[in-house]
Design a protein around this ligand. Structure first.
Ligand SMILES: [Zn+2]
Length: 442
């Protein structure tokens, strides 16, 4: 948990703007007769703060990472006009996928999602946030006066000679509207190599891709990279002889030479009626962003049986569960078995930062094992990890599914991959154990 929460924004508003940039000692909160400060002790700042607040100064311990965050928050609240620009730039530099602005009673907390975790970076004052909210609503083409209903919008952001598309969503909370900004990065390199597959898995995927008909379901929890896998497959199969059409919620990445449709609920375009319209347009290959309702499940399965190739995602923990989920959605068992040609389960798993990882000996399954761990450094933003790796189980369903075959659709391939990553020192024992806890072989 970051100490940026300790920062009292009312106290820092007393600081003269021209002074802040040169300061090395920062006030964070007032406690009875004392003013708690963080930073490096120096006589100039000390006497200045003592004079300004008329309190005894006490120095609080603060790690380098927290000190940076406190300093950034002070500068942001007191010296910056358009705070969203600084915040979005910082998020892009850290390759954060989502920026959360969360209103609480006295201030707004800003957190970035980095490698799957939400990390606090700033704290901002309510008045600053209010101004920012209006600017974002205007540029995002949203209704500025609507404060009681959730809204969606889009904006463009120029930074480092690149233009980023940002999806905006607002949600009214008890202390005000929360904003989440999703940054869409175009620099993805969608290649099959990037999927980190074992040789046998790659062979299975090739067989799945080469099949002319059938449905392929990528499964896994939210944030396990399912859409990226779909984009990778589409990128690898697009050619001039086939009609590839997608329906997505919304289109996140533009792929040249294929037809992509974004859902538009306001206009009444959803997965099921969109899919029905696509089927009237002579498609060869369809991509449906996600199967989450009965209607879509039935149309997708029917399309696969009648000679189309359908790629989609479904929210289940394992490949075996896909069968049950589709059944729950009212699709007949024999149709499901006839339609499915490939199943891919996947997870994203945090890998250790190469800059700060160290070897350590641990007791693992009653044997001593050398593994790696990391405490964090400036390079990994003190998280100890430097990104995530995809791990998968790839099943090619080549004939009528028997009960026995069905029972073999476990996550065993994934468990083996994770164990090998632990032994190679790429992931920590904690990450390994968390993974095992969340999984079960069924
Ligand atoms: Zn590091």
């Amino acid at each position: 948990m970051s100490k940026v929460n300790l920062l009292d924004l009312d106290i820092i508003s007393k600081l003269p703007k021209n002074k802040i940039k040169d300061m090395k000692l920062y006030p964070v909160f007032i406690d009875k007769d004392t003013l708690a400060c963080v930073g490096s002790l120096n006589s100039e700042d000390l006497s200045y703060l003592k004079f300004l607040y008329n309190k005894e100064i006490i120095l609080k311990e603060c790690c380098f990472s927290d000190l940076n965050k406190i300093r950034d928050s002070i500068l942001l609240n007191e010296t910056v006009e358009k705070i969203e620009e600084i915040i979005i730039e910082k998020a892009i530099n850290l390759q954060s996928s989502d920026i959360h602005f969360e209103p609480f009673q006295d201030s707004i907390k800003v957190r970035f999602r980095i490698n799957g975790d939400l990390i606090t970076f700033f704290k901002i004052r309510k008045d600053k946030y209010k101004e920012m909210l209006s600017r974002i609503k205007i540029t995002g083409n949203m209704d500025m006066t609507e404060k009681r209903l959730p809204q969606d919008g889009k904006l463009k952001f120029d930074f480092n000679n690149k233009t980023y598309s940002i999806r905006v969503s607002t949600l009214p909370l008890v202390y005000g509207e929360k904003i989440v900004l999703r940054v869409l990065y175009k620099n993805h390199n969608y290649t099959i190599e990037g999927l980190n597959l074992e040789d046998s898995q790659r062979d299975n995927l090739t067989k799945i891709i080469n099949s002319k008909r059938g449905i392929v379901l990528i499964n896994g929890p939210t944030g396990s990279g399912k859409s990226s896998t779909l984009y990778t497959i589409l990128e690898s199969i697009k050619d001039t002889n086939t009609n590839i059409t997608t329906i997505e919620d919304p289109v996140e990445v533009i792929i040249e030479n294929i037809n992509q449709i974004s859902l538009d609920r306001k206009a009444g375009l959803d997965f099921s009626n969109g899919l029905r319209s696509i089927l009237r347009q002579d498609p060869d290959i369809l991509m449906v962003g996600e199967i989450r309702d009965e209607e879509t499940a039935k149309i997708a399965v029917r399309a696969a049986i009648t000679g189309h190739k359908v790629y989609t995602t479904i929210h289940t923990k394992s490949s075996k569960e896909v069968y049950y989920r589709l059944e729950e959605m009212g699709v007949e068992k024999y149709l499901i078995k006839d339609a499915i040609i490939g199943l891919v389960s996947q997870r994203l798993i945090k890998v250790l930062c190469n800059n700060c990882k160290v070897k350590e000996k641990v007791l693992f399954q009653n044997q001593e094992l050398e593994v790696c761990n990391s405490k964090g450094c400036l390079k990994c933003n003190f998280t100890g990890s430097s990104g995530r790796k995809l791990i998968s189980a790839v099943h090619y369903i080549d004939y009528f599914m028997t009960e026995e075959k069905l029972n073999n659709l476990s996550n065993k391939q994934m468990l083996e991959m994770v164990l090998s990553l632990l032994k190679k020192g790429e992931i920590s024992l904690d990450v390994y154990e968390d993974f095992i806890k969340g999984e079960y072989i069924i």
